[in-house]
Design a protein around this ligand. Structure first.
Ligand SMILES: O=C(O)CCC(=O)C(=O)O
Ligand SMILES: [Fe+2]
Length: 265
């Protein structure tokens, strides 16, 4: 832990900057020693444009119980918490087909990232698997254009009893397919991880009051088309509203005690 004496903020990050992807940076992000990994030029502008236009030709649905509105193609464990695990796994096949229709025209960002985790970090990367149910869905195409509330994403507390709750650390990666490009729609990440006693700050299905990050060091980035940003989602984070289109290809990823990296949505 380092203490910023100027502001008296305590923090576990050793830098406020992003690092490129390799085994050392991934381990540091998983243990919350750095705020961000950035993979520059993960995809070309043309690949992103094609993927966005194929997605726009398909059907986006709004997240249930989420305000402000967020739209996505694909399914999430978050929304099936209330509906039931069995129904999530029944919906996986359709979600996979829908994704394949879109990505087969250009490329599959999830496959590309898994290949990079294996080649650059030497870790096994795979889709999460639930015994007796099958594979999880991994990979949403998502439009966050009105911003998000302050929140965390962490399966061990949100999906107890699912394979994904075995992870010891959770990250999110986002490939930016479309960005407003005018300074709006930035992502903020705070050097403050969710604690059990934070439940008193919870506002609704997922949002937290800003009081919870009052003294925390933060970093932010303006998304760039074609870049991937990865951050630790046990840290409070939020997206600002954007003036213009903001579309990502994204999923959760986590480290299992076996040192495998699993992906799911
Ligand atoms: O769209 C973003 O920049 C981040 C969204 C988010 O909250 C996440 O990926 O967990
Ligand atoms: Fe999030």
């Amino acid at each position: 832990m380092i203490i910023d004496l100027k502001t008296k903020k305590s923090a576990s990050w050793e830098t406020e900057h992003s690092l490129p992807l390799n085994l050392a940076s991934l381990r540091m992000l998983l243990s919350n020693k750095i705020p961000l990994i950035q993979i520059k030029n993960f995809a070309s502008a043309q690949e992103c444009e094609q993927l966005a236009s194929e997605a726009n030709a398909a059907r986006f649905n709004a997240y249930q119980n989420v305000i402000p509105k967020i739209e996505r193609i694909g399914i999430t464990v978050f929304e099936y918490n209330n509906i039931g695990k069995q129904f999530y796994f029944e919906a996986v096949e359709n979600a996979r087909k829908e994704q394949a229709l879109i990505t087969s025209v250009t490329f599959n960002p999830l496959q590309r990232l898994m290949d990079m985790i294996q080649s650059r970090a030497g870790l096994i990367a795979r889709t999460a698997f639930e015994p007796s149910y099958g594979s999880y869905h991994a990979g949403l195409i998502r439009k966050i254009e009105n911003g998000t509330q302050l929140h965390v994403d962490y399966a061990p507390t949100e999906q107890p009893g699912w394979e994904v709750s075995q992870i010891t650390s959770q990250l999110a990666w986002n490939l930016y397919l479309q960005t407003p490009g005018n300074g709006s729609g930035k992502t903020y990440v705070y050097d403050r991880q969710c604690q059990p006693q934070d439940q008193e700050y919870k506002l609704d299905s997922y949002g937290y009051s800003e009081e919870v990050i009052e003294d925390a060091v933060s970093t932010h980035f303006e998304p760039v088309v074609g870049d991937v940003f990865i951050f630790n989602t046990q840290n409070y984070h939020l997206v600002e509203p954007s003036q213009g289109h903001r579309m990502t290809f994204t999923s959760a990823m986590g480290l299992l005690p076996s040192q495998e990296v699993i992906f799911w949505s």
